[in-house]
Design a protein around this ligand. Structure first.
Ligand code: PEP
Length: 249
């Protein structure tokens, strides 16, 4: 879909060093990136400033992997969106399945953090998706709808939200969803959004697929009208990240 700018996010997770983060940023600086792709990289929080300082590409933006729903104060260990803006990060990934599962973040917490980030001028990559158990039970869309509804009950303007559909069973497993399965779910997600935030906004929201995307399979999603980009974990640390960025050319 031409109206929705192709978007590729790189989630480094809890990996890297000053040296490796710089080498990834340098690789992006030196590579020919498809001009029409918006790229967002999410290094671990300690490296955000470093990544922002070293980035020379105007189409590349910096994201945090988490942020809190308060401006500042006695919240030891949490990340303020004001600090993010201060160091040059303009996006944040919220609701990643690893945070929902390991850190026990609820739909309500994810929604509250999403609202706070947006209200304070930080854009959000909102992750949703079902577990294998939920897929087998046939409730994929119900789960996605529940996760989205928590946010839409607090957030009415979705222009700075990108939705990342990441089936939990596909994350880090090497077992990506088929383009057909992903497209089917993306269509369902967009329909659901149309019913809650309105058709006009739903049509504009970019819906990314995430889960074992790599340099080889990225272009197999090319002809799917509702797959507006990718959120990439493991492969975002490797040279093939550039191939994923350029996979729509
Ligand atoms: C992710 O963590 O958002 C992700 C999609 O991971 P991977 O690409 O490694 O499956």
């Amino acid at each position: 879909n031409k109206a929705r700018t192709f978007f590729v996010g790189g989630n480094f997770k809890m990996n890297g060093s000053l040296e490796s983060v710089k080498s990834i940023v340098d690789r992006l600086n030196e590579s020919k990136l498809a001009a029409s792709t918006e790229v967002v990289i999410a290094p671990p929080a300690p490296y955000l400033y470093w990544a922002a300082q070293n980035n020379k590409k105007s189409q590349v933006f910096i994201a945090a992997q988490n942020s809190y729903d308060k401006a500042s104060g006695a919240y030891t260990g949490e990340i303020s969106v004001n600090c993010l803006k201060d160091v040059g990060a303009t996006w944040v990934i919220l609701g990643h399945s690893e945070r929902r599962t390991i850190l026990k973040e609820t739909d309500e917490m994810v929604a509250s953090k999403t609202k706070f980030a947006l209200d304070n001028g930080v854009k959000v990559i909102l992750c949703i998706g079902e577990t294998l158990e939920e897929r087998k039970a046939g409730i994929t869309l119900e789960v996605c709808a529940r996760q989205l509804d928590a946010v839409s009950s607090k957030v009415s303007d979705w222009s700075d939200v990108v939705v990342a559909y990441e089936p939990v069973w596909a994350i880090g497993t090497g077992l990506a969803a088929t383009p057909e399965d992903a497209e089917e779910t993306h269509v369902g997600i967009r329909k659901h959004l149309a019913s809650t935030i309105g058709a006009e906004q739903a049509e504009k929201v970019r819906i990314l697929y995430g889960g074992s995307v790599n340099g080889k399979n990225a272009n197999t999603f090319k002809d799917k009208a509702n797959i507006d980009g990718f959120l990439v974990g493991g492969a975002s640390l490797k040279p093939e990240f550039v191939d994923i960025i350029n996979s729509r050319e």
